[in-house]
Ligand binder design. Sequence first.
Ligand code: FAD
Length: 412
Amino acid sequence: MTSSIFVLGAGMVGTCTALHLQQRGFDVVLVDRREPGQETSFGNAGLIQQEAVEPYAFPREPGFLLNVALGRGAEVHWHARGLWQMAGSLLRYLRHSHPKRHALATKAYSRLIAHATHEHDLLMAAAGAQDLVAREGFRFVFRTPEAFDEAAQRASALQDRFGVRYQAENTTQLAQAEPALQRSMAGAVHWLDPWAVNNPGALVQRYADLFVARGGRVLTGDAASLQPQGAGWSVQTTEGRVDAEQAVLALGPWADGLIRTLGYRFPLFIKRGYHQHYTSPAQVRQPLLDAERGYVLAPMQRGLRLTTGAEFAPIDAPPTPVQLAKAEALARELVDLGQPLPEPPWLGARPCTADMLPVMGPAPRYKGLWFNFGHAHQGFTLGPVAGRLLAEMVHGQPTWVDPTPYLPARFV
Ligand SMILES: Cc1cc2nc3c(=O)[nH]c(=O)nc-3n(C[C@H](O)[C@H](O)[C@H](O)COP(=O)(O)OP(=O)(O)OC[C@H]3O[C@@H](n4cnc5c(N)ncnc54)[C@H](O)[C@@H]3O)c2cc1C
């Protein structure tokens, strides 16, 4: 079987890349070992984070770091083997998180985020996926007045600089807006521009259905079988070998494993995260971040989804849902969670880079090979933007965002 290009990985990023390549006239095959949108893009908090103009920096507050080291708090959990494995990348992440460097990363990151809801909107309209999305924002809720005041000032600065809209809500306004909260909170920063998807995996599947309806093929195969073939590339699928002139690697947190076999050592690492659904009778209206405790509650089709912060552990280490237990106890202070659905916690991994910017562009040294991974905390948000930018580069047309900060060559 031949195609002009195949995309390995049918998460949000790979599926959107396939769609955008198709729109530009390529004959595209999308290959995954599972159905589209069944991994990281399935289990996230479903937020299209138009407010997330700053990439997530390595925390630098000594008190916070001490708590993490001592295993206190719900925000971070670590395995010694995970820290050891990722030590080099984490040290570079710490260096890149210096305020001056972080400001540069923010400049590049915010350019992508700026287009997130618009690019999703175009795909949602074409895919008939509007029923999966609520466009009423996302709240950071605060337990203490000090943290609320600081966050409101920060939000105001971000609004001035990037145009991300918010409303500060005091205790009463928040209680009225979100009656499910059973505890009096100091206040909330209500970001007005983010959208909430109530079934993230289903959204990827709808985008994949659109790709198929437009003539694309989705095949089951293992990316590890990727081989240079003549002037192009091949991959084995259950339908046989697929040959193409070009290939895109969009393997999210598994990208590192594959690019190592091609001789690359990029400063990549993962932050694992868990979710659990609850029967909650409380009817939380919009997703909320318990900002001083580090977990998210998001209403989903299946119930109220609680997602956790970062766990530094090897990608294949058995689940250790320590944070989930802690976050559940904290969430029960805020809302009536009800019972967990009778299923094991979901576990996934955010694909991160030391400089907090995704890896998008031509693979150095290999002709016809392209990378699109490393979208970290906002890969669900950035999928359509990342897909469009990569497709424009492959097509050789002028890109609507300068791709320089994201090019893989920066790590070589
Ligand atoms: C707890 C949690 C909450 C999050 N919340 C949000 C949020 O609210 N908003 C947001 O924007 N982002 C969020 N994220 C981040 C977001 O989910 C990821 O950045 C995004 O899903 C990455 O998409 P992807 O397509 O790169 O990777 P994936 O969705 O993981 O896709 C990679 C694909 O590659 C396939 N694959 C891997 N290896 C092989 C192989 N050998 N052969 C064939 N196929 C293979 C996998 O099956 C998978 O389908 C969250 C992440 C976590 C963990």
